[in-house]
Design a protein around this ligand. Sequence first.
Ligand code: 2P0
Length: 359
Amino acid sequence: MPFYATAEANPNLAIIKYWGKRLEPPIIAPMNNSVSVTLDEQLRTRTTVLFSPKFERDKVWINGSEMRTPEELEKALPQLDAARKLAGSKLYARVVSATLTPLAGGLAGSAAGLCALAAACNEALELDLSPKDLSILCRIGSGSSCRSVYGGFAEWLAGTRADGSDSYAAQWFGEDHWKDFRTIVAIVSHEKKKVKSRAGMKQTVQTSMLYQQRLRDLPARITALKNALQERDIARMAEIAMRDSNSLHAVCLDTWPPILYLNDTSKEVIDSIHEFNADDIKAGYSFDAGPNPTIFTVEKHVPEIQKRLKEIPAIEDVIVSSVGSGPRALPDKGALMGADGTIRRWRVDNKKHDIIVEG
Ligand code: 2P0
């Protein structure tokens, strides 16, 4: 076993949202199936992991800062424990991670992060996991990350078993299925969100009446989405995405005390997209647990949507992503830490979407 590896993973964005757990950490299984598209490499996360008898506890660095509090470590540590259990190892780990995803702005940062960590552990401990089992290891870190195990479009199944063993992700369509599909990510706020997803969804399950109706609506919506994606039908796909996002934010408002992730800029984006869609639906907005909008569309409509988004002053940046691929192992020259545990000099270039190892 090399006990040392580096991997990268891309974020995914939910078209049908995961919101609510039927099994709490450290298992994590959701109340409902969810479906996502995996983005391309522009917002990827790279993670190097080293397991060693020299270490007396697990240590994790994200973008140069060491994670020290139980809250900061609540996702990585259960995943490291699960990976060790699979390997029959008791070695502690050092984890160094660099991400191009703006963190905690409702932009799926933990999806890429916990998928990259699971993929790096899979390599370092030679677990040789199937995609299904890798998705289970991901899920133990953070639910949404299990969908990043696949390129293209993937579904995370809620399952029904009490041990969570039937809750895993499966690919619907590969990354080449819909070549002109685009996800436009608009950055409206770099502020950390007020209510984290983990706490917010728990509050919703406990207090929202409307949530029960959402759960009843979802199976038909998921079937309709599969058909729309199969036929590469942007009008139907975009309507489903908008309805599901609106449903998520309706149950958030119905939560007690209410949770509002959207802001005035999000509302401007909603109005602008409905105006753009006045004659026929050409694009759909979607919001996770934060105000940053993502727009699903096809390539030919991207310039017009970019023009509209540029008219909204609070939008700081726009990233246009194609459908991306699953995680991959990297050669040691891309590692963020040496095989002896020394952290290398590296930097992220958010403009060029690059992670540069300098020494
Ligand atoms: C999703 N979100 O499906 C939904 C849409 C936010 C809104 O998955 O507790 O960070 O680690 O399993 O995955 C955010 O929740 O939560 C999320 P945990 P996660 O992408």
